[in-house]
Design a protein around this ligand. Structure first.
Ligand code: A3P
Length: 319
């Protein structure tokens, strides 16, 4: 396992151990009306979030939890590292140095995770950075929009997102478990989950989806044709990759390959991050009333929006 990945696994393992010791009521905190997991985020870090200085060449990935962040991040990481290392013709020694700098500066896997000092450390990173966040646009540091950095918005159909997040909530020690699917469904519909309401998230991001520095891509389109999705992403960020290179990366980041890789990694995370990796798992849990309730809310809030159309609700969320 490479060193940077090992550091992330060690970091996540520590979070798991801390969460297991915590009382359920101490697992979450609320900041400006939105819940966050207390072992990963802190109010102090949110208070200085605006001190984060975005750069115009930052690669920014935004997605609500369970929209396929992990796989995409892995892919972006791999492409960016490969591209920069090839372009700069780094020696083995320089590559090691680059990994060490990342580790020393402790860049946590999400913008909003970690200690308040991290933004100072991130400033020192000498290479192109990948910034991943679950935050809605109005909570993001203002410099992100000012810098005109490119933002990739990854979205997934609402029903599979709800189901994936339900399993995640119940398997992840950082989050309090729900007694039943019905209880969870009510919390999902009212935005009483970490990072708030997915409906609000989509409504808020819809205001930016036509911006020239923003591109939306869906989990489902990546699932249908990963190579094409990755090609669109590469074009958007200006990565120069041949068809063959895209194909190789697509193979390395397939559901099967990612699941296998994570199962070989020490730490309990593989099983938690990868359930079925499919489309339509929601049919196993939603009852008729719940289907109607979600369909109605989608119709009211999102059906006539650009992002709502992109999600193809009729195809992915109707029985
Ligand atoms: P399921 O819970 O439906 O299986 P995130 O990474 O944002 O936490 O999202 C996790 C979801 O993305 C999980 O969905 C996981 O299986 C799925 N996923 C991760 N990598 C994938 C891949 N390469 N192809 C398809 N789905 C993937």
């Amino acid at each position: 396992m490479d060193k940077s990945r090992k550091t992330v696994v060690e970091y996540l393992d520590k979070i798991l151990a801390d969460s297991e010791k915590a009382a359920p009521e101490d697992l979450l905190f609320s900041y400006k009306g939105i819940l966050y997991p207390a072992t990963l985020c802190s109010p102090e870090t949110f208070q200085v979030l605006d001190s984060f200085e975005a750069r115009s060449d930052d690669v920014i990935l935004v997605a609500y939890p369970k929209n396929g962040n992990y796989c995409y991040t892995n892919w972006l990481d791999q492409v960016l590292n490969d591209l920069e290392i090839t372009a700069a013709k780094y020696t083995e020694e320089e590559i090691k140095k680059r990994i060490n700098i990342t580790n020393e500066l402790s860049v946590f896997p999400r913008l909003e995770f970690g200690d308040p000092e991290k933004f100072k450390r991130m400033k020192e990173l000498p290479f192109r950075r990948i910034i991943i966040t679950h935050l809605p646009p109005q909570v993001l540091p203002k410099s992100i929009f000012k810098s005109k950095a490119k933002i990739l918005l990854l979205v997934r159909n609402l029903k599979d997102t709800a189901v994936s997040y339900f399993h995640f909530y119940n398997n992840m020690p950082t989050l309090p478990s729900f007694g039943s699917w019905d209880e969870y469904f009510t919390a999902f519909m009212h935005g009483k989950l970490c990072w708030g309401s997915y409906f609000d998230y989509l409504v808020d991001w819809n205001k930016h989806v036509a911006d020239e520095n923003v591109m939306a891509i869906t989990y489902e389109e990546l699932k249908e044709n990963q190579t094409l999705g990755l090609k669109k992403t590469a074009d958007f960020f200006g990565f120069s990759l041949s068809e063959e290179e895209i194909q190789t990366v697509a193979e390395k980041s397939s559901f099967k390959a990612m699941k296998e890789k994570s199962s070989k990694t020490p730490g309990a995370f593989g099983e938690i991050f990868f359930c079925k990796g499919g489309v339509s798992d929601w049919k196993n849990l939603f009852n008729e009333d719940q289907n109607q309730e979600m369909d109605k809310t989608f119709e009211e809030l999102l059906a006539r929006t650009k992002l709502g159309a992109k999600i193809k609700y009729e195809v992915y969320c109707k029985a």
